[in-house]
Design a protein around this ligand. Structure first.
Ligand SMILES: [Zn+2]
Ligand SMILES: [Zn+2]
Length: 505
């Protein structure tokens, strides 16, 4: 009980750090941040955005953030509408929680330094004690300064971590403070993190390197380059980002624009070792990176191949139609990646289960073992020899309802998931221990999976109906819309404003 209250207080204190600092996000794939900010501002004034985010649909909105960047008004509207629809309840709670936590946050600010010294939620595992060299961690908060990410990683027993180098929801950020830089470097050293290998910052969701319009492209490039320079200053080598969005334009041209931006950034940072790590995506249509071929095609056009890599997100992979659940399909997917992209480019992992079914193109992270991927998929990943030595970062939901019904971050979830994943290394997947874990976690996620399965079924039925209608119309010579062909559904989405279908954008 005292521990719980400490954790709660700590979270609050972190949130309070967002005021004077450029990092309002206390968590990771804070994708939800921007749409939330929009709504929060309307609901509670511009200062309400403390960075407390509902984890539930977070990454889903990542991809949506591309839309406003590109100024594709309709896509943006659809995205916001979908977002509102999917997280409305959670969001209201978050806004209320933010308001309620303000006075407490103020009080706790002074106590923050002490709280950081409290006993970690879990001790870090000595990687040398594992049967395979694997570095597991989570996307932690850098609120209050990037150096805090090191404390936050230690706190959950992480051997790897991600963070945002600056606010991912606004374009203008103060430069990296020299004190923060020095503290990050010394703390990393003190805690035995090799920043070159174990720290994989996540890029801003606003940045779309595929943007065609000059002003947007320049803005994206400037922010991207700034992040590469921050990495250099911090001694970080791997920089992970979402490839981009075509915004309805030609895919091959968009891919070439990404590569051109990377080449330009590499030129501008000559002598730097920072690797631009492309993340594979869950969506389809305009989203670049949901097919391994996209990643291959970008890399092919990058001049300095030593400075480009790939981060595989397990949830995105599965949602994009690459299965990982059994040893057989896992082997197939891994082979496809090696054939198309090449294992030599693989630099990092995001470990997330999926709330949405296979091939759904929905980006909804679930806690490990509770989603449609299930524990066996993670057993496959953890025990695959070629993945050894890579940083693996959790982006799973950690919001829980507190006793008062308000959302509270429970970092114990990450601490436990790290240990769970480490325990899978060398575990017999046919043994009782694995089976018991599998059953327990699947039960935990059952209601959520059923909900998402029902949505997928409904969507499938709707699409079939639409296709049928379109086919009939064609016969009658009155076809107005094309049937949504699989893999190119976006064309249909933007033409009919179907909220449900626009989410993965
Ligand atoms: Zn995601
Ligand atoms: Zn991401």
């Amino acid at each position: 009980m005292p521990r719980q209250s400490l954790r709660t207080r700590r979270t609050v204190a972190e949130a309070s750090q967002t005021k004077p600092q450029p990092e309002p996000e206390p968590k990771k794939p804070a994708a939800a941040a921007t749409p939330k900010k929009t709504r929060t501002a309307a609901a509670a004034g511009p200062k309400a955005a403390t960075g407390k985010v509902s984890d539930v649909e977070e990454e889903e909105s990542d991809s949506k953030l591309e839309a406003p960047t590109a100024g594709e008004a309709k896509a943006s509207r659809n995205a916001r509408a979908t977002k509102r629809k999917t997280v409305a309840e959670d969001d209201d709670e978050v806004v209320k929680a933010e308001k309620a936590s303000k006075p407490a946050a103020k009080k706790m600010r002074t106590a923050k330094a002490k709280i950081e010294d409290i006993v970690p939620l879990a001790k870090r595992t000595a990687v040398s004690s594992l049967k395979k060299t694997i570095y597991i961690g989570a996307h932690v908060s850098g609120a209050g300064g990037v150096q805090n990410s090191v404390h936050n990683a230690v706190h959950i027993g992480a051997n790897a971590f991600a963070l945002f180098l600056k606010s991912q929801r606004k374009w203008d950020n103060p430069p990296l403070a020299a004190e923060a830089r020095d503290a990050f470097r010394s703390l990393s050293k003190e805690h035995g993190f090799d920043s070159c290998r174990h720290c994989v910052p996540h890029g801003s969701y606003l940045v779309n390197l595929a943007a065609a319009e000059k002003a947007k492209a320049d803005q994206a490039y400037t922010s991207f380059l700034d992040d590469l320079r921050r990495c250099d200053a911090l001694g970080i080598v791997l920089y992970n980002f979402h490839p981009g969005n075509t915004n309805g334009g030609d895919r091959a041209e968009a891919i070439s624009r990404i590569a051109a931006q990377l080449n330009k950034a590499h030129q501008a940072t000559k002598g730097s070792k920072v690797v631009a790590v492309l993340e594979n995506m869950a969506g389809q249509g305009n989203v670049i990176g949901c097919k391994f071929e996209d990643l291959r095609d970008i890399i092919a056009q990058v001049d300095d191949k030593s400075r480009v890599g790939v981060c595989i997100d397990t949830c995105h992979t599965f949602a994009a139609g690459y299965d990982l659940r059994t040893p057989e399909v896992f082997a197939k997917t891994v082979q496809a990646f090696d054939d198309l992209v090449g294992n030599s480019y693989l630099r990092a992992f995001h470990l997330n289960d999926s709330k949405a079914p296979f091939d759904s193109h929905r980006d909804l992270h679930a806690n490990i073992g509770t989603g449609f991927l299930g524990l066996r998929a993670f057993h496959n990943v953890m025990n695959h020899a070629p993945f050894q030595g890579l940083p693996m970062v959790l982006e799973t939901p950690i919001d829980r309802k507190g006793a008062d019904g308000k959302a509270v971050e429970d970092k114990q979830i990450w601490a436990d998931e790290i240990k769970l994943l480490e325990s899978l290394i060398g575990m017999d997947p046919e043994g009782d221990e694995f089976k018991a874990l599998d059953v327990k976690l699947q039960k935990q996620g059952e209601a959520e999976r059923n909900k998402l399965q029902a949505q997928a079924d409904k969507k499938g039925a709707m699409e079939a109906k639409k296709a049928e209608k379109a086919a009939k119309g064609k016969v009658g010579g009155a076809a107005k819309k094309k049937a949504p062909a699989k893999g190119n559904k976006k064309a249909a989405d933007s033409s009919d404003g179907d909220e449900d279908a626009s989410e993965s954008e």
